[in-house]
Design a protein around this ligand. Structure first.
Ligand code: ADP
Ligand code: ZN
Ligand code: ZN
Length: 733
C-alpha cells in the first residue's frame, strides 16, 4: 500500500483495540501481536465461535476485560490497509450517527476484502501497463536474473507501455522490478482516444471556475446552482482538469447508478483512460481493481455513488457532488448516513474544496450559504442561448374523475407531436391503478401485512395485484370481501393506465413506458430509442427524469401534481418543488420547451409561488417558515424507530424514553420529544411501527441524550422489538 511506508506502526502496548463488524457500539481488545501493526490494518480475530475480519484502531495498556481472558489475534493481513483519512472519517461518522464502528468501517473495503485475505494484487500488477524508468540498468545488465532481464528488455524495446501479460511476466517478477524502481506504472491512453477539448466557457461558468480555482488547496464549500442544461458538468470537467494538472485526484459523486453511463462517457472523453467507476452494479472484481488503482494513485478521477466516498484517494484534491439535493445520497437502512454531508466533512478533514451542484439545491445547503459560509455560484442561462421552458397549469377540476387528460394538455400534445417533437408524461406511480374499490360499499383491497392498498398491475399474462411495500402478489379479487358485490372499480391511475390511454388517443406515434417494472436491460434499450428520436411519447416515473438528455423533447406534462401537496412531512414542499423543477428541466434542451402541470388545486400557494417566482423564492420562504417553527436546519432532529410483531410492543419501548426523561429532566433539558406516534404506515410487512422524534437547538445536547438512550436500550437486549436510530432523518413519516 502506498502509505504503509510512511505510516508508523501502533506503539507496542499490551492490548490492541479492534473494530469488529458486529452490531455493538464499542471496540474490542485483543493481545498485541509481536509484529508491528498499523492503524487501519485488516486483522483476523476470534469472536465468539467465529473468525471475523477486524480493523486495528489503537493500542493500549489497560483493558476492561479480565486480562487473562483476552484473546490473541489470529492473523495480521498485510494488504489492503484502510487509509488513515478514511478511517478517521468513518470513525467520526460512527460516532455522529450512533452506529457501531465495526459495521461502519466495513464500508471502507470492497466486499471481497471484508472477508478474507486474497491474492488480487497479483492480477492487478499483471493488468497494469508499465514502462522502464531512467534508473533501469543499461542492457544487458541483469545476467543473474534472466527473467527480469527479459521483461525489462521487452519494455525498453517497445515504443509504448505494455501490460504484464504482453510482457510474459509474472506478478513476482514485476514486483521485484518495481521494488528496484526500474519500472513504473503508466496509464495508457485508451486505443488512441484523444482527449476532447474543453468548451469555451460563458461568463458565469468562467466566474464559477475561477472561484473553484481560488479555493484549491483549502477547505471550502461551493454551491453551484444552475438549471438543468446550464453547463454545470462543463464546469466540473474544467475544475477537475485544473486539479489533475496539479497532480491531484478528483472524486465525483452522483446519486444513482442509472446516471453513471452517460456521465462516465463524458468524463472518459475528457480524461481518457484515467477515470474509474465504483457503484454497487459493478462486478466485484472490477470494483476491487478500481479500489487498488485509486489507492495506488494510478487513477485520476473516481466517479461513483455513495460508497465511492470511502475509496482511498491519497492525492485527493477536489470533491464534486452532483445533484446534491438528491435523496439517494441518504443510506436508508442499516448505517443511515448522508453521503453528501459526510463528503463535506471529509473535504474539511482533507482541507480541499467541495462543489455541491444542483438545479434545486437542498434547503439545508442554501441555508448553509449564510450559516456556514458556503460560496454561492450561479449559472442562470443555458449556454446555447436556449430560453427556459414556458410553464402552464392545466386545471383538472372541471374534468370528471375518470378523465386524466385536460383538453389543454391534449391540444398541446397534438401540436408538438405534429411538429415532430417528443412529449414526456411524468406520473408518480407505477402500475395500472393504485386502488381497487367496491362501487357499492367503498371497501378497498388492502395488503394483509401492510397499511397499504394493493396496486393493480398488468403484465403480458394478465392482471394481478401487488403490494408496493412488501412485494406480496395476489390475483385480482372477483368480488368485494364485505358485501360480495362484483362491481369493483379502479381508482386513480399509474403509469400503465396513462400508457394505455395515451396510446389509444395518439395511435400514430410510438409510445414507451419506463418505470421500475421494466427490467434494467430493457430500460437501456428504451433509452436509446428515446435518444434516437424513434419514440415520440414517453411515460414514466421519476426514473425518466434524472440526468438523461432527451434531445427532441419539447413538452413535459406532470400528470398529477397533487399527491405531494398535502403530506405532513415538513420536507414535502421541498421535495415536490424539486421534483417539478427537475422534471421541467428535461424539456427543451435543444429548442424552446413547454411544461404543463395538471392539478385539481391550481390555486395552491406552493404551485403559484414556484411558477411565478421560481425555486429560489420558494426556498427563501420555506426556510423562513422552518426558522419560525424551529425545524432543520435551525434545529437538530433524530428519530428512534421501533418495530415489533406484537401491536403496542414497539410503542412500549419508546414510551420508556418518555419515562426516562421524567427521571432525568436535567439531561433532557433543551431536547423536545415528539411522540411516540405511528408513522403513516403503521403496519408494514406484518410488523407494527412506531417512532419518536427528538428535537434540540443544540447538537451537543441532542447527541448526549441519544447516547444515554442508546446505552440503556443496548444494556437490555430487546428480544421482540427491533429498534434503530437515525440522526438528521430524511423521511419523517
Ligand atoms: P448541466 O450539467 O448543468 O445539466 P451541461 O454541462 O450538461 O449542463 O451542459 C448542457 C449542454 O450545454 C451540453 O450539451 C454541453 O455540452 C453544453 N455546454 C455547456 N457549456 C457550454 C459552453 N460554454 N459552450 C457551449 N456549450 C456548452
Ligand atoms: Zn362492497
Ligand atoms: Zn404489503
Amino acid at each position: 500500500m502506498p502509505d504503509s511506508t510512511t505510516r508508523k506502526p501502533l506503539p507496542q502496548k499490551a492490548f490492541l483495540r479492534v473494530a469488529v463488524p458486529v452490531p455493538l457500539r464499542r471496540l474490542f481488545d485483543y493481545r498485541m501481536p509481536s509484529i508491528p501493526v498499523y492503524r487501519g490494518q485488516r486483522i483476523r480475530i476470534p469472536f465468539g465461535k467465529r473468525q471475523l475480519l477486524g480493523i486495528a484502531i489503537d493500542s493500549c495498556d489497560r483493558t476492561e476485560i479480565d486480562p487473562d481472558r483476552v484473546l490473541s489475534v489470529t492473523e495480521v493481513l498485510s494488504e489492503a490497509m484502510i487509509s488513515e483519512d478514511i478511517l478517521d472519517l468513518l470513525l467520526w461518522a460512527s460516532g455522529y450517527y450512533h452506529h457501531p464502528p465495526g459495521e461502519a468501517l466495513v464500508l471502507a473495503l470492497p466486499p471481497s476484502l471484508r472477508r478474507r485475505k486474497s491474492v488480487f494484487r497479483k492480477s492487478s500488477l499483471m493488468d497494469q501497463f508499465w514502462q522502464a524508468t531512467p534508473d533501469a540498468p543499461a542492457l544487458p545488465g541483469l545476467r543473474r536474473a534472466p527473467r527480469q532481464q527479459a521483461v525489462l528488455e521487452a519494455l525498453m524495446r517497445s515504443s509504448r507501455p505494455l501490460d504484464g501479460h504482453a510482457l510474459k511476466a509474472t506478478s513476482g517478477i514485476l514486483r521485484k522490478l518495481l521494488d528496484k524502481h526500474w519500472i513504473t506504472p503508466v496509464e495508457p491512453l485508451e486505443s488512441g482516444l484523444i482527449p476532447e477539448q474543453p468548451l469555451v466557457l460563458n461568463q458565469e461558468q468562467a466566474d464559477s471556475l475561477k472561484a473553484i480555482h481560488q479555493a484549491a488547496g483549502s477547505f471550502q464549500c461551493l454551491l453551484l446552482e444552475g438549471v438543468t442544461g446550464s453547463g454545470k458538468t462543463e464546469v466540473y470537467l474544467q475544475a477537475i482538469d485544473d486539479c489533475l494538472e496539479r497532480g491531484l485526484q478528483a472524486l465525483v459523486m452522483i446519486p444513482e447508478i442509472g446516471l453513471t453511463s452517460q456521465l462516465r462517457s463524458r468524463f472518459e472523453l475528457r480524461f481518457p483512460g484515467r477515470v474509474g467507476v465504483i457503484h454497487s452494479g459493478i462486478p466485484e472484481k472490477d470494483r476491487r481493481t478500481v479500489w487498488f488503482q485509486a489507492a495506488e494513485g494510478r487513477l485520476s478521477v473516481l466517479l461513483g455513488t455513495r460508497t465511492a466516498l470511502f475509496t482511498p484517494l491519497p492525492r485527493l484534491g477536489l470533491i464534486v457532488i452532483d445533484e446534491e439535493h438528491d435523496g439517494s445520497y441518504r443510506q436508508g437502512d442499516g448505517f443511515r448516513y448522508s453521503a453528501r454531508d459526510l463528503a463535506v466533512k471529509y473535504a474539511g478533514q482533507r482541507n480541499i474544496p467541495v462543489i455541491l451542484g444542483s438545479a434545486t439545491p437542498a434547503l439545508e445547503t442554501i441555508a448553509n450559504v449564510a450559516l456556514k459560509g458556503y460560496r454561492h455560484l450561479r449559472l442562470s442561462q443555458r449556454p446555447k442561448g436556449i430560453p427556459q421552458p414556458r410553464w402552464r397549469i392545466a386545471d383538472l377540476r372541471s374534468l370528471p374523475e375518470s378523465r386524466r387528460l385536460a383538453d389543454f394538455t391534449a391540444h398541446s400534445m397534438e401540436q408538438q407531436l405534429a411538429a415532430g417533437n417528443q412529449v414526456l408524461f411524468f406520473v408518480n406511480r407505477r402500475g395500472l391503478a393504485p386502488v381497487l374499490m367496491c362501487k357499492d360499499c367503498g371497501w378497498c383491497y388492502d395488503c394483509v401485512d401492510c397499511d397499504a392498498r394493493m396496486v393493480l398491475h398488468r403484465r403480458s399474462s394478465g392482471l394481478y395485484m401487488l403490494c408496493h411495500h412488501c412485494g406480496a402478489q395476489t390475483r385480482v379479487p372477483g368480488q368485494c370481501a364485505l358485501c360480495k358485490s362484483a362491481s369493483l372499480i379502479e381508482v386513480g391511475a399509474g403509469t400503465q393506465k396513462f400508457e394505455a390511454e395515451l396510446q389509444q388517443r395518439f395511435p400514430d406515434y410510438e409510445l414507451l413506458r419506463i418505470d421500475s417494472d421494466v427490467s434494467p436491460a430493457r430500460r437501456t434499450e428504451l433509452f436509446s430509442r428515446i435518444c434516437d428520436g424513434r419514440s415520440q411519447i414517453l411515460v414514466g416515473t421519476n426514473m425518466l427524469t434524472k440526468g438523461h438528455d432527451f434531445p427532441h423533447l419539447t413538452l413535459t406534462v406532470i400528470a398529477n401534481a397533487d399527491a405531494g401537496l398535502f403530506s405532513p412531512d415538513f420536507r414535502a414542499p421541498e421535495r415536490i418543488s424539486q421534483a417539478i423543477i427537475q422534471v421541467a428541466g428535461r424539456a427543451g434542451r435543444s429548442s424552446s420547451g413547454e411544461v404543463i402541470i395538471q392539478t385539481r388545486h391550481p390555486d395552491h400557494p406552493l404551485l403559484l409561488s414556484l411558477l411565478r417566482e421560481g425555486y429560489g423564492a420558494f426556498a427563501r420562504k420555506n426556510l423562513q417558515e422552518r426558522l419560525q417553527h424551529r425545524l432543520p436546519p435551525y434545529a437538530h432532529l433524530a428519530v428512534f424507530r421501533a418495530e415489533a410483531r406484537v401491536n403496542q410492543a414497539a410503542r412500549r419501548l419508546l414510551m420508556r424514553v418518555v419515562a426516562y426523561r421524567r427521571q432525568n429532566a436535567d439531561e433532557f433539558a433543551g431536547v423536545e420529544l415528539w411522540g411516540p406516534i405511528a408513522p403513516a404506515m403503521e403496519k408494514k410487512f406484518g410488523r407494527f411501527h412506531q417512532q419518536l422524534v427528538l428535537c434540540a437547538d443544540s447538537r451537543r445536547r441532542l447527541h448526549r441524550v441519544l447516547g444515554l438512550v442508546i446505552q440503556k436500550f443496548e444494556a437490555e437486549p430487546q428480544r421482540s422489538v427491533r429498534w434503530s436510530v437515525e440522526v438528521d432523518p430524511f423521511d419523517l413519516y
